[in-house]
Design a protein around this ligand. Structure first.
Ligand SMILES: [Mn+2]
Length: 317
């Protein structure tokens, strides 16, 4: 076992933790799992999580009231700052100053595009999730139920509930270990991953009905505008599950979903089945991610971007 994270924690009196902006299950899961682990294993240490306010469905165990979403500057810089699930410094922009001021920084990540911004760390691009990487850096017998619940959350979300190719025997073994610690798997998976409001289901249904097939049926694309979001009465980010629905369309190689964030700003999510590396496509628009799941944010004429993306996909088919 690699003890470098535990050695760093043991050498520190005060520890800051952060994950990426727009925190997803793995970002929240890894931050909160490490928080609970440090709280229970090293009760004498000061530990603080800095994260944008997570979505309600990710609140699968306690500790959320202790998150600082205002990124309040501490009186003295942290001895150690652990950055989880972030491929580059832009990904933790709100905490950037706090991280930079820390005596030591440590990164735990699984993005192949990681820019090695920290003093030390472990980056395993083949791992299913940051939670999986984190599990291998801490001691199993000291993982309590709350930490286990958050590790399970990260693994479940980053593997699309144990489906993606990065989900290996080792991933399943970790998930199995977490069950022995009292994680209620069915409830966690339903509540945090699959459950939708009636309004969300209607929006997803509408967006799927309007989807278009491109490249001879190899690429599927749809968009959700600010008007759609207002029309169906959902929250601006409540479109989870839509890209997965597109991805399951028979015959496609790539699914593309654009969500309007501002008048001329769109967040584009891409999924690939087998032949196309969507991380490289998204990287060319300033985004990133994994071979089969990536995203980017673009400004300007959306249809121009979709034309460019489909040309790039075609080159890889
Ligand atoms: Mn992740």
């Amino acid at each position: 076992m690699n003890r470098s994270l535990l050695d760093s924690i043991e050498a520190a009196k005060t520890i800051g933790i952060t994950g990426h902006i727009h925190p997803d299950g793995d970002s929240v899961g890894s931050c909160m799992a490490l928080y609970h682990y440090i709280r229970s294993t090293y009760p004498e240490k000061t530990v603080q999580v800095y994260l944008e306010k997570p979505a309600d469905n990710l609140m699968v165990a306690d500790g959320f009231d202790s998150i600082d979403s205002d990124f309040t500057k501490p009186e003295t810089p942290y001895d150690l700052f652990v950055v989880l699930d972030c491929s580059s410094a832009e990904r933790f922009a709100p905490a950037k100053e706090l991280v930079e001021e820390a005596v030591k920084t440590y990164v735990v990540d699984h993005h192949m595009t990681n820019t090695h911004f920290a003093d030390d760390g472990v980056i395993l691009p083949d791992a299913s999730s940051t939670c999986e990487v984190l599990y291998d850096l801490i001691e199993d017998d000291k993982i309590n139920r709350a930490a286990a619940t958050f590790l399970y959350l990260g693994i479940v979300h980053d593997t699309g509930v144990f489906r993606f190719p990065a989900c290996t025997e080792h991933t399943m073994q970790i998930a199995g270990r977490m069950l022995t610690k009292g994680v209620n798997a069915q409830q966690l998976i339903d509540d945090s991953f699959y459950r939708k409001t009636y309004a969300q289901n209607r929006l997803i249904g509408d967006a799927v009905a309007r989807s278009e097939l491109l490249l001879d049926g190899k690429m599927i694309y749809t968009v959700v505008t600010l008007d759609d979001i207002a029309k169906f009465g959902v929250g601006p980010k409540e479109t989870e599950g839509l890209i997965d629905q597109l991805r399951l369309t028979k015959g496609i190689e790539v699914a593309v979903f654009a969500r309007q964030e501002d008048i001329d700003t769109y967040k584009i999510s891409m999924r690939a089945i087998e032949k196309v590396n969507v991380a490289s496509i998204c990287a060319s628009f300033g985004g990133g991610g994994h071979i089969f799941a990536a995203g980017c944010t673009v400004k300007g004429n959306l249809s121009d971007y979709i034309t460019q993306i489909s040309a790039m996909v075609l080159l890889q088919l």
